[in-house]
Ligand binder design. Structure first.
Ligand SMILES: [Zn+2]
Length: 202
């Protein structure tokens, strides 16, 4: 249903590979004005701040599905269902940013664009999801989170609260909490990009 429900212009796939999408998403962290959106000890990647810096606006309301409405470059609205869990809201915001970057800025489109979250395996949706995972679980921040998670879990083991050393899954689960993303996003990106390293490298 990408774009169809409003009669707006259709979303067209970027055709970028998964690795290229990840590189594109992570490239924002090298732009000085966006560096402040990086994950910190008390927060995951600050997607709401990123939207603001890009000139967009987030509306959390009674929309049944997340959607993106672009008026023009630097002027867009992302609507998010208030009924969604905040972790999932972050994922939806990042997904709609995926449409904005991959299907509007990257192809240098002009004029309006409408996209809505369908949760279906259409190519444009898969691209937006890959962008979202890459933005919310950037390589450097993931490595830091998994190092912190391992340290915390090893300390737990040494206090004899739990006898066994942490498994990679334990570490990734806690890293997902640190990054404020659903666990499946960490699992998903590691499946796509095992070279992200993390728990085996720390
Ligand atoms: Zn979508």
């Amino acid at each position: 249903m990408v774009g169809k429900s409003t009669g707006g212009p259709m979303v067209e796939v970027s055709g970028l590979s998964g690795a290229a999408i990840r590189q594109y998403a992570e490239s924002v962290f090298n732009v000085p004005e966006y560096r402040s959106i990086r994950a910190t000890i008390d927060s995951g990647v600050k997607v709401d701040r990123f939207v603001e810096l890009l000139g967009g606006r987030i509306m959390i309301d009674d929309t049944p599905r997340a959607r993106l409405s672009v008026a023009t470059r630097g002027d867009f609205v992302i609507r998010i269902p208030a009924s969604s869990h905040p972790l999932y809201q972050r994922q939806l915001i990042a997904h709609e940013l995926g449409h904005y970057f991959l299907h509007y800025l990257y192809p240098r489109r002009q004029g309006q664009l409408e996209a809505c979250f369908t949760g279906t395996p259409e190519p444009a949706e898969i691209e937006a999801n890959r962008y979202a995972m890459s933005l919310l679980v950037p390589t450097e921040d993931y490595r830091q989170a998994s190092r912190d998670a391992r340290k915390a879990l090893e300390a737990r083991a040494s206090w004899n609260l739990v006898g066994s050393p942490p498994t990679p899954s334990d570490i990734n689960y806690l890293a997902a909490i640190y990054l404020q993303v659903p666990f499946h996003m960490v699992e998903g990106i590691l499946q796509l990009f095992p070279d992200m390293g993390g728990v085996d490298e720390v």
